[in-house]
Design a protein around this ligand. Structure first.
Ligand code: PLP
Length: 419
């Protein structure tokens, strides 16, 4: 009997077998992963966004090992935690106060607690079909779940969480008309986990303005988008002034680290000991070393070039499938995007549900895996590129996508895709 439930500890990592065989990763470096049989893959799942500098970055690894050797659990205040907080706060504008955790879910949990403590209100409003982590209360309305799409007047709510519809301008006003105890709206600058649904022009600022009118806070969930478009928060780049933000994933180059950053007054309750924060491993030296060394590299990284490379890959994918008579579109940014089996990418979750195809995304995953490229098999999955996805790697990816498109046009897949 197998000991590990389903072979993986997170359901997000479940993969279909290819020719009756499971994938087991043995190691990774840069843009690549190798399986236990020695086959090399170009990786685009990249730790679900945690690997922006490439797998096993030498500089980050060295600093993490140094921290490990100098006491991994020193219990008390330590120099690496202070250095990491300063380094992070240097990138987050007026969100100058920092509390570290290990995972994005923990940081979201803590940010919601901060908002409730500050406002004295109970409810957190979350974007339906978003994913702000896997902790019980915030999973309401998670992408692909029963509550993720709802009709007017049927807003799913629990005691402590309610939902609003992404890109629906009027729904924000209705939300506050229906609920008078909203502590905060938590929102991503792009609904990444629902397939990189882009915010409509003016939508993010509209949400912020309506929240302010009702004295609710804005939590920017940047666990996925933070540091992905530039060395800082995407919401601030979009002109938003969130009261709190959560970051994780890319800030640690694959080492578990997350943080809540916030305005000093909003986080004051923690400073004064009125609000609980904890965690044996929160702010541990390896996490802090990973964060500090990662941000140092990101400060001089060429985001513009990486984004352009990703954009050219997106364009190539659309053309490669079109040449085979298969309509495909993409949504998102060059550094993180989703492929859709339709001519125009969806803008709302309801549209996304209408075009999402498990058949297409599973077949695309299997064909690409066979050809040596790993993509997430979910219809809402994302393609990430890292700074180690050099021009040569991207060219190789383009060749593989062209081959995959041709194979998917073949009789075997054409029927399933109804092309
Ligand atoms: C936007 C967002 N928030 C929160 C989380 C939860 O982070 P973690 O998986 O590190 O708990 C994720 C993870 O995918 C995420 O994408």
């Amino acid at each position: 009997m197998k000991n590990l439930i389903g072979d993986v500890s997170s359901a997000a990592r479940i993969l279909p077998d290819l020719n009756g065989e499971a994938l087991f990763v043995a190691r990774g470096k840069g843009a690549y992963l190798w399986d236990t049989k020695g086959k090399r893959y170009i990786d685009t799942a990249l730790g679900f966004g945690a690997v922006l500098l490439g797998h096993a970055h030498d500089g980050v690894a060295a600093r993490v090992v140094e921290a490990l050797n100098e006491a991994p659990a020193p219990s008390w205040a330590h120099v690496r935690e202070h250095a990491a907080a300063s380094e992070l706060a240097r990138h987050t504008g007026d969100l100058t106060r920092v509390i570290f955790n290990n995972s994005g879910s923990e940081a979201v949990h803590l940010a919601c607690r901060a908002a409730r403590a500050y406002t004295g209100r109970t409810k957190i409003a979350k974007m339906a079909a978003g994913f702000d982590g896997w902790f019980d209360e915030i999973t309401l309305g998670n992408v692909a779940g029963a509550d993720a799409d709802f009709a007017d007047g049927a807003r799913p709510s629990s005691e402590r969480v309610t939902l609003l519809r992404f890109n629906d301008f009027e729904d924000v006003g209705r939300l506050f008309a229906e609920h008078d105890d909203i502590a905060a709206i938590i929102m991503e600058p792009m609904l990444a986990n629902a397939g990189c649904l882009m915010a409509a022009p003016g939508y993010l600022k509209h949400v912020e303005a309506v929240a302010r009118q009702h004295d609710a806070l804005l939590i920017a969930d940047e666990v996925l988008m933070g540091f992905r478009l530039h060395a800082g928060l995407t919401s601030q780049r979009e002109g938003l002034r969130p009261d709190l933000a959560t970051v994780g994933k890319a800030i640690g180059s694959g080492v578990p680290v997350s943080a809540v950053v916030g305005r000093p007054d909003v986080l004051e309750g923690f400073e004064q000991g009125r609000v609980l924060r904890g965690g044996t491993f929160s702010g541990n030296p390896m996490a802090c070393a990973a964060l500090t060394s990662t941000l140092e590299v990101l400060d001089t990284a060429d985001y513009a070039a990486l984004t352009m490379a990703g954009e050219s890959l997106r364009a190539h994918i659309v053309t490669a499938f079109a040449e085979q008579g298969i309509a495909v579109s993409t949504s998102g940014y060059g550094t993180v995007f989703t492929i859709w089996p339709c001519a125009t990418a969806p803008e709302t979750y309801r549209e996304a549900l209408g075009v999402a195809s498990k058949v297409f995304s599973t077949e695309l995953h299997l064909v690409l895996r066979d050809l040596g490229l790993l993509v997430m098999p979910s219809p809402f999955g994302r393609i990430y590129v890292s700074f180690d996805h050099t021009a040569e790697v991207v060219e190789e990816m383009k060749v593989i996508f062209s081959k995959a498109a041709a194979r998917m046009r073949s009789a075997k897949y054409a029927e399933a895709l109804a092309v």
